[in-house]
Design a protein around this ligand. Structure first.
Ligand SMILES: Nc1nc2c(ncn2[C@@H]2O[C@H](COP(=O)(O)OP(=O)(O)OP(=O)(O)O)[C@@H](O)[C@H]2O)c(=O)[nH]1
Ligand SMILES: [Mg+2]
Length: 142
């Protein structure tokens, strides 16, 4: 997690193994651009966690985020998946808080998937460990 933040949009996917408290996670980073979203479902089988990274400064795109979130949660292959939502870019002035994003996304209405929202800043790494720790806390619960 001390790696340099790259700034080019993800085309296709990147995969990396991350170890948190002796738990190995195989993480697939998938591009969020509209043209790439139709292929998200090819990654769903055997997925235990969805990590959704929200740009907390971008109010306009939150409705699309909401749409895509509920589309994912309704997918058969993700019925057992837990969802971690990162409210990213918390360093930006005027950004939405995790609570505001949670309200907008009506997370409290999600009863059929475990979910957790964590504020973070990818540039400094703040909040990332807490998010990953929530994931490890879910291992063995199901
Ligand atoms: N200020 C700030 N900028 C950030 C933060 N996280 C990412 N960025 C910037 O946001 C831009 C987009 O970052 P990416 O990592 O390419 O975003 P992405 O969600 O992976 O985009 P796709 O791969 O297209 O889905 C870059 O310019 C990053 O430097 C953050 O926490 N704070
Ligand atoms: Mg990317």
């Amino acid at each position: 997690m001390n790696e340099v933040v790259h700034t080019s949009p993800t085309i296709g996917s990147n995969v990396e193994e991350i170890v948190v408290k002796n738990t190995h996670f195989l993480m697939w980073d998938i591009g969020g651009q509209e043209s790439l979203r139709s292929s998200w479902n090819t990654y769903y089988s055997n997925t235990e966690f969805i990590i959704l990274v929200v740009d907390s400064i971008d109010r306009e795109r939150l409705s699309i985020t909401k749409e895509e979130l509920y589309r994912m949660l309704a997918h058969e292959d993700l019925r057992k998946a837990a969802v971690l939502i990162f409210a990213n870019k918390q360093d930006m002035k005027g950004c939405m808080t995790a609570a505001e994003i949670s309200t907008y996304l009506t997370l409290s209405s999600i009863k059929d998937h475990p979910w957790h929202i964590q504020s973070c800043c990818a540039l400094t790494g703040e909040g990332l460990c807490q998010g990953l720790e929530w994931m490890t806390s879910r291992i063995g619960v199901r």
